[in-house]
Design a protein around this ligand. Structure first.
Ligand code: DGL
Length: 276
């Protein structure tokens, strides 16, 4: 009993290849303000989106081991690329419950579509993995899917170009074929993309519904904590700690401003290399 109540007060561990996963932290803070969060961004090795599956798997296992060393009660893979490529290995090897972003996003998309045609955008590695297709078809075998990698979105967002002419042109270039295909729902399958929500929404108008993997992931974490009796006491004041594997660059300020997120001093952590 006492052991379980001590466990409930431990932090939720959240990781991403870099800073983008703070979109998930923001959603978690809104939904679960009593929970403490330990966020770990692998900024020394970002981006994951153009790397091979074995490399993303290894990085994800290493970062998860670091979150376990911080005594996290659960791990949230706030990175679509890591969720797409490494979730089965993480689930098989990690002693605490794991939540990725793919399944919650797929569930929300299947619930949102009216014409059964869903668009998915993400990094090259996420799209190449076919993870969203598998998750969507497992939920509804009749659904049609148009998927597209948008590799320029991440550097654009990291540069802070969330609005403007060039951003609009790139958004149009990537998304026009999906609109022409007839999608009525679009999954923002990368943790960075919620920061482009306005530009994407402006191009798509009201006819296409946007599914934000951050919000849906937070909802899935809330359900998981409830189910496993891991919810922090309602009287707890949730703390947020942010650690990175390399000192922050200007994108941290861009993200914090866009997300209106307050963090204390950023901590630095050395990557724990697992022997293979
Ligand atoms: N966090 C990654 C994702 O959600 C995007 C950045 C990267 O390529 O590492 O897919």
């Amino acid at each position: 009993m006492a052991a379980q109540s001590a466990l409930r007060e431990k932090p939720i561990g959240v990781f991403d290849s870099g800073i983008g996963g703070l979109t998930v932290v923001r959603a978690l803070r809104e939904l679960l303000p009593n929970e403490s969060i330990f966020y770990l961004g692998d900024t020394a090795r970002v981006p994951y989106g153009g790397k091979s599956a074995p490399t993303v798997e290894r990085y994800s296992l290493e970062i998860t081991a670091m979150l376990l060393a911080e005594d996290c009660k659960t791990v949230v893979v706030a990175c679509n690329t890591a969720s797409a490529l490494a979730l089965p290995q993480l689930e098989a090897t990690t002693p605490v419950p794991i939540t990725g972003v793919i399944r919650p996003g797929a569930q929300a998309a299947v619930g949102a579509t009216r014409n059964g045609h869903i668009g998915v955008i993400g990094t090259r590695a996420t799209i190449k993995s076919g993870a969203y297709e598998r998750a969507l078809l497992a939920l509804d075998p009749a659904v049609r899917i148009s998927a597209r990698a948008c590799p320029l979105f991440v550097p654009l967002i990291e540069e802070g170009w969330l609005q403007g002419e060039i951003t609009d042109q790139i958004v149009r270039q990537y998304l026009a074929p999906l609109v022409a295909d007839g999608v009525d729902t679009l999954v923002l399958g990368c943790t960075h993309y919620p920061l482009l929500r306005e530009a994407i929404g402006q191009f798509l108008g009201d006819t296409v519904r946007l599914v934000d993997s951050a919000q849906n992931c937070a909802t899935a974490v809330a359900h998981l904590l409830e189910k496993k009796d891991l919810r922090a006491d309602p009287g707890s004041s949730g703390q947020l700690a942010v650690a990175l594997t390399d000192p922050p660059d200007a994108f941290l300020d861009v993200a914090l401003k866009a997300l209106q997120l307050e963090i204390g001093e950023v901590q630095l952590r050395e990557v724990i290399h697992l022997t293979r």
